[in-house]
Design a protein around this ligand. Structure first.
Ligand code: ZN
Length: 686
């Protein structure tokens, strides 16, 4: 089961609320967010652009700042690659709109211009003209004639024309690429019964069929420690034979990768320790040779580098953009350890055995020796490629299963990104719309964010790590089949829910009062029973494992607690609200459900799994759903959010770096034009 990315898909459905700066410790590590920092920037189409701070950056040592700066340049140097990976025309589209956008002298309030501008924003947001989430091609709202006119008033030397091509021929050539939604309509086509390779617009394959590609890779040995074949190449046909064009120095994407290597080599010179130096050096070797065995060696050394404050992901990592899951899209994330949040996670992981011993599981299902999964929280410094502008909030890498098994993985949550989401969500109006009780509202304002952080920490560190399967019972993917991942997520959530009301959290210093736990229950029940439904269209059922598990948990305790009136759905002025009447009884119910789901997993009880998920986790109350959607619509919230990146700039004395300054641009559009000037390395193909 691959669960390496955690996304917040839609705004505010988890309803995290926070305005409190995190500044509890007095040590130098304490992180303080600037309360006057404006999180929101531009909004257009279905997108909201946000900004994030990098608290603590100025307290880094000069060497750490230099390291961060070199890795930052390496990250952005690969930006072109993702555009080309998503479509062979991606860079052509981007360079065209950039030329028009930069040279436009007309009325910027003109409706057609506004439509074209929104199109530019969407292309930059999605790293091409396929929606970053749905993968569908999108086209401008303005007319082709208007666009043609824009292009013809743009200096021809600014446009990506072919040699000898005039503007007339150029606009004709790009017409289907930009304006025809049925021309290469989907970036990734996963439909059953069609050739998923030939029908996907991405640039991982060309002129080859799915059967040919599968046969090509089936020849490779995939046993044991075999590398992830195909991760770093495009497959094409030459003289009737399939062949790979490798992404490396001297290969495909040479100009970008050469830049990446230049900055990574500088980074090795200021690495924090030998382990980090070794790992970055192996990454350089990988980019120079394209050897996937070297990439695995690098990944192992990267997992071993836990001491460094600065960390980096840079490479061809996630494979979701490839219908057959082989090709890695370029991404980079430079970060620094969030010392305070990491301490909180470590405090929980250190008590993993205590939590296991005191859990409501049946004694025979408890682990005698539980090892908490150590995770860390990070402060993001910059993201690029497939990680930006839309970003995950949690990452667990590397992806190679055999490395995870033998050497472990790094699980991180992106503290400052989550903080920005929280600040933005607190202004969304969700709280006023869906919470009627003032006590609850105030509690959520005060403790909602911490409750959510703690719940996530416990879900990851002690939730998934808890419990054991009975001897002789097969693994859940075999016994519980299609319900395995939903129930696994439900189990991990329930461990977090059970303990968020426990005094132990106060004792180990991660929560200041039981109010934190109550806030956790308030938001979990509201989300599970109501607000997460905003993600579904009318008539849809719950499919995604996390959404299913959240409703399953919330519905089950709601139904089982009816007799004692533990949780109610109350109507005020025809609007539905969740009211929790007894937090302790609710905790007890969460404990009972945890015990039962662990039993199902331990015994491999498929029948009970089916009944549980199908009864509580799949169906949606159509009347309530309709009400929630219409109330949500009145808030005018954009469904997707992404980020402007901070800018790092070295302060020079002669050619010596004496400091690195971080600044926070306020315009996404301006940042895209800045990136155009600084980080356009790859040529356009015709
Ligand atoms: Zn999980």
């Amino acid at each position: 089961m691959k669960s390496n990315i955690l996304y917040t898909l839609v705004l505010a459905t988890v309803l995290l609320i926070s305005c409190n700066p995190k500044s509890k410790t007095s040590e130098s590590e304490a992180v303080t967010y600037d309360a006057s920092f404006v999180v929101e920037a531009e909004a257009f189409a279905d997108l909201q652009i946000l900004r994030y701070e990098v608290p603590g950056f100025n307290q880094l040592t000069l060497q750490q700042k230099q390291l961060a700066y070199y890795l930052y340049e390496a990250a952005l140097s690969g930006r072109d690659i993702i555009y080309d990976q998503k479509s062979k025309y991606g860079l052509l589209v981007r360079k065209t709109i950039e030329a028009v956008y930069e040279n436009y002298k007309g009325d910027k309030n003109d409706t057609s211009w506004k439509q074209f501008e929104a199109y530019c924003g969407r292309v930059w947001f999605s790293n091409g003209n396929y929606h970053h989430y749905s993968n569908e091609k999108f086209i401008p709202a303005c007319t082709y004639d208007y666009f043609k006119n824009l292009v013809s008033t743009t200096p021809s030397n600014a446009l990506p024309l072919n040699e000898g091509e005039n503007i007339e021929a150029f606009t004709k050539r790009i017409q289907p690429i930009i304006f025809d939604a049925s021309f290469m309509p989907k970036c990734v086509d996963l439909r059953a019964g069609v050739d998923n390779i030939a029908n996907s617009a991405n640039n991982y394959y060309e002129g080859v069929t799915q059967n040919e590609v599968e046969a090509f890779y089936n020849l490779k040995d995939t046993k044991g420690n075999a590398p992830s074949w195909g991760l770093n190449s495009k497959v094409v046909k030459e003289n009737g034979q399939l062949t790979e064009r490798i992404w490396k120095v001297g290969g495909m994407y040479d100009k970008s990768i050469t830049q990446i290597v230049y900055w990574l080599e500088k980074a090795t010179g200021v690495a924090e320790n030998d382990q980090q130096k070794k790992s970055i050096q192996l990454l350089v070797d990988f980019y120079k040779t394209g050897d996937l065995k070297t990439f695995d060696d690098y990944s192992i050394e990267w997992v071993h580098d836990t001491a460094s404050r600065i960390d980096v992901v840079n490479g061809f990592i996630e494979v979701y953009l490839d219908a057959i899951g082989k090709k890695g899209s370029f991404q980079s994330m430079v970060s620094m350890k969030d010392m305070e949040a990491t301490k909180r996670i470590a405090a929980i992981a250190a008590k993993a055995q205590w939590f296991e011993d005191h859990s409501p599981l049946m004694p025979e299902h408890k682990k005698k020796q539980v090892k908490g999964i150590t995770a860390k929280a990070i402060t993001t410094i910059v993201e690029s490629g497939d990680n930006a502008p839309s970003t995950p909030i949690g990452v667990n890498l590397p992806n190679a299963d055999w490395i995870r098994k033998e050497y472990g993985s790094k699980s991180v949550s992106l503290s400052n990104i989550i903080h920005s989401y929280n600040v933005n969500s607190s202004k969304s109006g969700m709280l006023d719309e869906f919470v009627i009780d003032e006590t609850v509202k105030n509690r959520l304002k005060k403790y909602g964010a911490l409750a959510s952080d703690l719940h996530t920490d416990m879900h990851e560190c002690i939730g998934h790590a808890s419990g054991q399967i009975n001897k002789g019972v097969e693994t859940p993917d075999k016994t519980l089949k299609n319900y395995a991942s939903c129930l696994e997520e439900a189990r991990a959530d329930l461990v977090g829910l059970y303990y968020i009301m426990d005094k132990k959290l106060i004792e180990i210093g991660v929560a200041e009062s039981e109010e934190v736990g109550k806030a956790g229950y308030d938001q979990y029940m509201m989300n599970g029973l109501m607000t997460q439904l905003t993600r579904l269209k009318p008539g849809e059922k719950l499919e995604e494992a996390h959404m299913r598990n959240r409703q399953l948990n919330a519905r089950w305790v709601f139904e089982k607690g009816k007799q004692d009136n533990v949780v109610e759905l109350v109507k005020v002025n025809n609007q539905t609200y969740v009211r929790i009447n007894d937090y302790n009884k609710l905790r007890n119910l969460f404990g009972q459900l945890l015990r039962e789901i662990q039993r199902i997993k331990s015994e491999g009880d498929y029948k009970a799994a089916t009944a549980l998920v199908e009864t509580y986790g799949v169906n949606v109350d159509p009347v309530l759903h309709k009400e929630i959607i219409s109330r949500y619509a009145t808030l005018g919230i954009k469904p997707y959010r992404g980020f402007i990146q901070p800018v790092l700039e070295p302060v020079l004395e002669g050619d010596k770096i004496i400091d690195v300054k971080v600044t926070y641009p306020t315009s996404f559009f301006q940042q895209m034009m800045d990136y155009k000037k600084k980080y356009s390395f790859l040529p356009t193909v015709n």
